[in-house]
Design a protein around this ligand. Structure first.
Ligand code: ATP
Ligand code: MG
Length: 572
């Protein structure tokens, strides 16, 4: 974790666990506030229906049983009662609709922000986070916000409003009951807060365990062959079993706390209701309180405590969402380095210069590059040579703008790369990675990925040049064969060729190739080199090669070792 991220997590966490309301979440929910208010409004409306229900019922009972009125005379009241019951159901349903709408909107918004942020941060700044925990956060984590927005947040407002509304009605009938309510209702949040601190730690631990669990699952998915061949499948399963066990234990722990809290709140509410009932009963016997008023208040008494007790229950359900929110905001609020706005200098005349560049990856102690200086003249071919781990790919990451030097600078035509608009800078680069990522789709789609505007002819030319056509002809639908996740699996060499074709179709002035010929048979190496040769004509090209012999046709060779330039010059 970088310092900045640690800081942002701490601000979210506050001193002790998450606050009952995360202000950031409220801020992100701004667009859906109207729905949140509607949700609360519906809750309040159904509370009014409850009051009306109680009042009407008390009146009917008083008329029929005490005054001996005939049934016909209370039909109107009974009709009113039925309407109140019906309204209550309608309001509850509407409340649910608005609540789901609120949660859905917030989740969609957060998912989008999360994805945009991942793309903005890029591979280097995210490198220290495990894909498993990122996936857990984006999927389950954001879904865990459902109970938070759909239940907890509206309930929190209702927990304050409904008791107030009821007490306002009760105080006109009987001030003593109102006083008992006013004194006992606050006990519920007090007990809730006490238990909440206990629940806090549990939920945090549970969420961490879940993140770890997804990490291990991802390992199994991605490493299935390695695990099997090395006979480690069993061990990995054992790890999953252990983590699952821990997750189960944490879940039971959270549940225990949730039950404990429900019990305590139930008890407080029951005792308080009993208190109101006793006070009413005594005065009924005295004759100092009318039956209708007393009965009405008695029916309502549990309803006074219910909304707040629900807040407690919903809080436990929403806790996981709050916990997940921390992970989400740790990403979404990661400060981005200021983005340059300068248009990129004319590539045909601007050299790219590394000037005393030193760079350390986040979370690492040893720098990956130390005082690296060299120049890429326009229209020339530069080879980066060096043993594994010497910093070659890091140089490329800096060239692509995924990382910025800690000291020194990368300049294009005298302008620091950090000042240049990164999107427009990358538009001018065709990148051929060590193992190109293929998206689900046809081969043609994957090649067109290099330039969405390319027409069929350009795609086919690029495919032929890169040697894709040669193997695609043997596939069922040629260039239109589905590949990637759900399609035909391709060999490493075939994937490399698609990556190459992608770069060819891009038609960019700067070509960067990360070991384009590594791990290929000699014939294929030769073909790919010839293809690169043809495309590099008139462009600037940076290639990474392992063995110096492969750098023979470069104009300039930079030897890296341990992150330092140990030698540079024309190839020997
Ligand atoms: N995302 C990352 N996060 C942290 N450290 C990294 C990251 N990528 C590379 N490193 C470290 O930086 C150093 C240089 O790595 P780099 O990938 O640039 O080497 P390379 O020369 O490309 O090696 P290879 O020939 O094996 O591809 C290594 O010590 C490596 O461990
Ligand atoms: Mg590398």
């Amino acid at each position: 974790m970088t310092t900045s991220q640690r800081q942002s997590t701490d601000t979210i966490t506050g001193a002790g666990g998450p606050a009952p309301v995360d202000r950031r979440l409220f801020r992100y929910g701004r667009t859906t506030r109207p729905y949140l208010y509607l949700t609360v409004g519906m809750g309040l409306a159904s509370a009014l229906a409850v009051v009306a229900q109680a009042a009407l019922l008390a009146r009917v009972v008083a008329r029929v049983f005490l005054e001996g009125a005939p049934l016909q005379s209370v039909l109107g009241l009974l009709g009113g009662f039925a309407v109140a019951v019906l309204l209550r159901a309608v309001f509850a349903w509407l409340r649910e609709v608005f609540a789901q709408r609120t949660a859905g909107d917030v989740k969609a918004d957060l998912r989008r922000r999360f994805a945009v942020k991942l793309l903005d941060l890029g591979p280097v700044r995210l490198g220290h986070l495990s894909p498993g925990s990122l996936a857990a956060t984006a999927g389950h984590g954001i879904d865990a916000l459902d109970p938070y927005f759909a239940r907890y947040l509206p309930q929190l407002a209702l927990g304050a409003l409904i008791p107030l509304a009821i007490v306002a009605w009760v105080v006109r009938l009987d001030w003593l009951s109102a006083v008992i309510f006013v004194v006992t209702v606050p006990l519920i949040p007090v007990f809730m807060a006490l238990i909440g601190t206990l629940a806090d730690r549990r939920t945090t631990r549970r969420w961490r365990t879940l993140q770890r669990l997804s990490g291990h699952f991802l390992d199994i998915l991605e490493g299935v062959v390695t695990l099997k061949v090395f006979g480690r499948a069993r061990a990995q399963l054992q790890v999953i079993r252990d983590v699952s066990d821990r997750y189960r234990a944490e879940t039971m722990g959270t549940l225990r706390v949730a039950f404990l809290s429900a019990l305590v709140l139930e008890l407080v509410a029951a005792i308080s209701t009993a208190l109101v009932a006793v006070a009413i009963g005594l005065r009924l016997i005295d004759g100092t309180l009318g039956f209708e008023a007393g009965f009405g208040i008695l029916i309502l008494a549990p309803e006074v405590y219910l909304p707040l007790r629900r807040v407690g229950t919903e809080f436990h359900a929403a806790k996981e969402g709050l916990e997940a929110a921390r992970s989400i905001f740790a990403i979404v609020d990661t400060p981005e380095p200021p983005v340059g706005t300068h248009p990129p200098p004319e590539p045909a005349t601007s050299p790219i210069a590394f000037e005393h560049v030193t760079f350390t990856y986040p979370g690492r102690d040893e720098p990956a590059l130390v005082d690296v200086s060299f120049t890429i003249e326009p229209g020339t071919r530069v080879a980066l040579v060096g043993p594994s781990g010497s910093g070659k790919s890091t140089v490329v990451a800096l060239l692509l703008g995924f990382a910025t030097p800690d000291s020194g600078a990368v300049l294009s035509g005298g302008v620091a790369l950090s000042e240049i608009d990164p999107d427009r800078w990358r538009e001018r680069i065709a990148w051929i990675p060590q193992s190109p990522y293929l998206f689900a789709g046809t081969i043609r789609d994957n090649i067109r990925f290099g330039d969405a505007t390319a027409d069929s002819r350009r795609v086919e030319t690029a495919a032929r040049l890169a040697g894709v056509t040669a193997f695609a002809e043997a596939l069922p639908a040629g260039l239109d064969t589905e590949i990637g996740e759900r399609g035909v699996r391709l060999s490493a060499g075939q994937r490399r060729r698609i990556g190459l074709a992608r770069a060819f179709v891009r038609n960019a002035p700067l070509l960067i190739a990360d070991e384009p010929t590594a791990n290929l048979d000699l014939d294929t190496q030769e073909e790919i080199r010839a293809a690169l040769d043809a495309v590099a004509d008139g462009r600037t090209m940076v290639t990474i090669v392992h063995r110096p012999i492969l750098a023979a046709d470069a104009d300039w060779v930079v030897h890296l070792d341990g992150g330092r330039v140990v030698e540079q010059g024309r190839p020997r």
